[in-house]
Ligand binder design. Structure first.
Ligand code: SF4
Length: 366
């Protein structure tokens, strides 16, 4: 069957202009899967480094499924959205237990794996197994919002369904994976936030360009404003070690490690909040000492200001923390902090702290 002109033009453009990425050209579902999950909400330049490191450590599903969760989270540290790493591990284990270690080949089976939605299942099914299934991500939605002059926000389920139908109608049976990749690549390189229409292979087919509404497509949605949060963290040295705890699984950054602390409540000073948090969550009486730093970082729509202090025990008793709001915790030597995965703000704090002379002094005195 003759391909539609859009399909032909797009595939020809892709042949010439596609970027050389380490997972491109591979039909290995494992590699495609890892690269796709890493690329969600992360810049591609960073993904390449993480991807190569990951494959060295976990070359296949079998190696990954046998890994300890802490090791997986550590390798993911810095990519953010840690539930992705936890889902990858759960999916690898499911592939071993349910599919005998073979990556499933059918869309519905791939879709049934933890952390894999329609988009990722479509990407794996089409690129690894040549199935004619759409893979509609934000790039593809943006391209079609302009190409077809869609006047509804692209987050709408109806808009997504319309774009999915459209991709299906254009997707060639013989190169379905290349077609999906070509659409995404066009969105990433040409039909970007500030589109380069003069370089676009689809310009003659573009309704948005023809009617001069490209700047208004996709239709903008009001964004929720950023929320500010003030937090406090306490670094408690004892016997040359530092107290850290592992975050609960039902909270942000599940399973990651941190210095104890929490949100500063209305009317509280950071110092008061620190004393309260240690008492409430660890049953430890502490006194804040010097301030180490004020660390600022963001996650999702939150802008966090974290006040970090050295603290010491209020009495002479041996500290026996009770981890009421954490999975577990322990005192660790500073030399092994690099073995634990921390959220970005706490990692930043570690970097600031270990560079200061006071750090060694406090540990020596503890
Ligand atoms: Fe996007 Fe411009 Fe190409 Fe239309 S012509 S698809 S707006 S880059």
């Amino acid at each position: 069957m003759k391909q539609p002109a859009i399909t032909r033009s797009l595939l020809q453009w892709y042949e010439v202009h596609r970027r050389n990425l380490p997972w491109r050209g591979s039909a290995d579902p494992y590699r495609i899967w890892i690269s796709e999950i890493m690329a969600q909400q992360t810049q591609l330049e960073r993904v390449v480094t993480y991807y190569q490191r990951w494959l060295k450590r976990f070359p296949d599903v079998t190696a990954l499924a046998a890994a300890d969760e802490d090791v997986v989270l550590k390798l993911w540290e810095g990519l953010g959205y840690y539930s992705r790493a936890r889902h990858i591990l759960a999916a690898a284990r499911k592939i071993m237990s349910r599919f005998g270690g073979e990556f499933p080949r059918q869309f519905a089976e791939i879709r049934s794996l933890p952390g894999i939605g329609d988009y990722t299942a479509g990407a794996i099914a089409s690129m690894a197994f040549g199935l004619p299934v759409p893979a509609v991500d934000a790039n593809v939605l943006r391209v079609f919002a302009r190409l077809d002059n869609l006047d509804q926000p692209i987050r709408n389920a109806a808009t997504r369904a319309a774009v999915t139908r459209r991709v299906r109608s254009l997707q060639p049976a013989e190169r379905p994976g290349d077609f999906n990749e070509a659409l995404m690549e066009l969105g990433a390189l040409v039909c970007t936030r500030n589109p380069a229409c003069d370089l676009c292979p689809l310009q003659v087919h573009c309704e948005g360009f023809r009617t001069n509404v490209v700047a208004d497509r996709p239709v903008k949605e009001p964004k929720p404003g950023a929320s500010k949060i003030s937090m406090v963290s306490g670094v408690l040295p004892y016997g040359g070690k530092l107290l850290i705890q592992k975050r609960r699984l039902d909270n942000v950054w599940p399973g990651l490690w941190e210095f104890p602390g929490g949100v500063i409540e209305k009317g509280e000073s950071p110092e008061t909040a620190l004393v309260r948090e240690f008492q409430e969550e660890l049953e430890l009486a502490v006194e804040p000492e010097t301030k180490i730093a004020v660390v600022r970082y963001s996650y999702t729509r939150y802008r966090v200001t974290m006040h970090a202090y050295y603290c010491r025990l209020a009495g002479d008793a041996v500290p026996l923390p009770v981890f009421k709001e954490a999975l577990t915790g322990r005192f660790v030597s500073p030399g092994v902090l690099g073995d634990y995965a921390f959220p970005a703000g706490h990692r930043k704090l570690i970097d600031i702290m270990v560079d200061k002379a006071e750090f060694s002094r406090r540990l020596a005195q503890s």
